[in-house]
Ligand binder design. Structure first.
Ligand SMILES: Nc1ncnc2c1ncn2[C@@H]1O[C@H](COP(=O)(O)OP(=O)(O)OP(=O)(O)O)[C@@H](O)[C@H]1O
Ligand SMILES: [Mg+2]
Length: 262
């Protein structure tokens, strides 16, 4: 099983939760799963900026990224959040390698919208680098920062980064682990499954907002990119990595909505 696990920033904010997830990921690798990790760090970045008197502004769940935000993005995403996770995975027995899209141009981007500043839309990913690491026993841990051939640096929404890496990696499964149990509908019930049309409906009716709006758009893109199984689940759920990789239904499963092939 080849899988990409995306860890939401909030899950990594508590050392005990981070260590628990690191132990699960490391154990899954030891059992033979081929894994790569992408992580966010939205909460940590907002806190870092607030401590410096800088207010965070979002448009459709994407952070408006000024030049001073880019500096903070590097310090927080590729710096502390990435390397604390790498260290935690190493302690759990994995040989984790921390990197971002800038390294070996793992993920290239272009500006998404001038109004968003240095927010990047992924244009290309370097599948060979991920495969090289995994084939040699390393666990890639990718921070959501991308580059380009002009040396520019982009802040990429971590869910979009996960989709790009999952596609490049040829992952059969993409798991978004986050701080809620799944995608909630208008009655605040967690949906067990969600078609592309239903997720558009949740966005258009204003039920899925902010980070979940961005995540649903990314999840739909993952299905379109050919990732077979896409799930959104709580990182805090008991043995969540093992159970999801075993195919258990936890949280929300994204489905294309077409009838399965006979
Ligand atoms: N319909 C919805 N169902 C569930 N969560 C929702 C919904 N609408 C909005 N949300 C919000 O989306 C949040 C999850 O997205 P968020 O971007 O904050 O986390 P993440 O993607 O896991 O972390 P990061 O952005 O750091 O990678 C939830 O905590 C919740 O507040
Ligand atoms: Mg998010």
């Amino acid at each position: 099983m080849k899988a990409l696990i995306k860890l939401g920033g909030t899950l990594l904010d508590s050392a005990s939760q981070r260590d628990a997830l690191a132990a699960q990921i490391s154990a899954a690798r030891a059992k033979g799963a081929e894994l790569a990790v992408v992580h966010g760090g939205g909460k940590q970045l907002t806190r870092y900026l607030a401590e410096r008197g800088i207010e965070s502004r979002f448009v459709n769940g994407l952070r408006v990224t000024t030049p001073e935000t880019v500096d903070a993005v590097l310090k927080v995403f590729t710096g502390s959040v990435n390397h604390e996770l790498v260290a935690s995975l190493n302690r759990a027995g994995a040989l984790a390698v921390g990197l971002s899209g800038i390294d070996g141009l793992l993920v290239e981007a272009e500006p998404m919208d001038p109004a968003l500043g240095a927010v990047g839309r992924v244009t290309k990913s370097n599948a060979a680098l991920l495969r090289l690491l995994v084939a040699n026993g390393y666990l890639p841990v990718v921070a959501c920062v991308a580059g380009d051939r002009e040396g520019r640096i982009y802040n990429v929404n971590a869910d979009q980064m996960a989709v790009a890496c999952a596609a490049a990696f040829g992952a059969q499964q993409l798991v978004f682990l986050t701080d809620v149990e799944g995608v909630m509908d208008g009655d605040r019930h967690v949906r067990a499954s969600l078609t592309v049309a239903e997720s558009r409906g949740l966005i258009e009716s204003g039920i899925a907002t902010g980070g979940m709006l961005a995540k649903l758009n990314a999840a739909v893109a993952a299905l379109t990119a050919g990732v077979g199984q896409v799930r959104i689940a709580a990182g805090a759920a008991d043995r969540v990595v093992e159970r999801l990789l075993a195919g258990e239904e936890i949280g929300t499963r994204m489905v294309t909505g077409e009838a399965p092939a006979p």
